[in-house]
Design a protein around this ligand. Sequence first.
Ligand code: SF4
Length: 328
Amino acid sequence: MKIHSIAIENLMVPCSNYCRYCLLSCNNDVNTEGYHKTEEFIRRIQTEMNELNINFNYYIGYCMDTPYLNDYLKLCREFNYSSADFLQLNGLRFRNLASLGEFIYNLKDNGIKLVDLTFYGTREFHDRFAGRKGDFDYLVDIIRTCNRLFVPVEISMPLFKDNLDQAEELYNFLNTLDIQRFFIFLPHSKGRGFRLENKRIDLNDYLSLPEVIKNNFTKVPVKTEAMWLEENDFPQEENRILTMVLKNNTDYLDLTAQEILDNLKEKDDYFYSKLPDNKTLAKMYGNSDSQLMYRKRDLIIKYRQLWAREHPDIPATIEEYNDFSIRF
Ligand code: SF4
């Protein structure tokens, strides 16, 4: 299994939302190490990763509400990290319009060329889902501010049974603003996404969607579980991106890049060495009558989770250590 890249995620900023579906399983247990001490560590790791010839990426979260944002963006530009020109802005604390203008202006000044926002549905539903009253209107304020300052905005919307009938209204409303791209995706079951598994849309739901919404699905194919099983094309992934999430302690500061690499590989390999291959998993857990819609990758994630649940004696997946592995 090749390593495409290694990332370090520094969850150092509390998020003001509590989204029911949060890939990061946000609990606001943030890393409290000083920003600059961690940046020093990242610079050393970057140098060591270069020597190991490994692609390296660093990013912060849960949100961007940090007084060190400019330092972070400078670092991203220096090493061409993924946040150098693109930021996700959900979860910011509320600001008035003047202060929001200053915030977005500052982002633009620091090289941000695209802002991404996630909407869960129309106003009332979105606020409930995001766990914060007023969040919908605040995101609209962010879009209007970006429009005024000529910062492009893209919108994503996770689609599931409960918000299916809101997609078109949301799309039409957002198109009264200046949006560069609107895309729909089906949530996977990692993080708090497992809470949405029983809300997954089926083929009838999909077919009932207006054309304009179908046309705005991400380009990754979605099909029913039955169709994927019929195709029976479940090759093993050959690459992986491994991510270490910094914990709320100082232990990581002494780690070398080689130790990080070895540690992530060990945690990831151990679980997968016990796990049946994808074809076998599909045979074990696939439901050939199921009309539920999946991306192929998400179906495999679900089968792996089902297997892990049945094998509590087997070492935990890397996600259970709060780190991440994406195989592709
Ligand atoms: S805004 Fe983002 S980090 Fe915060 S709870 Fe929602 S999905 Fe999680």
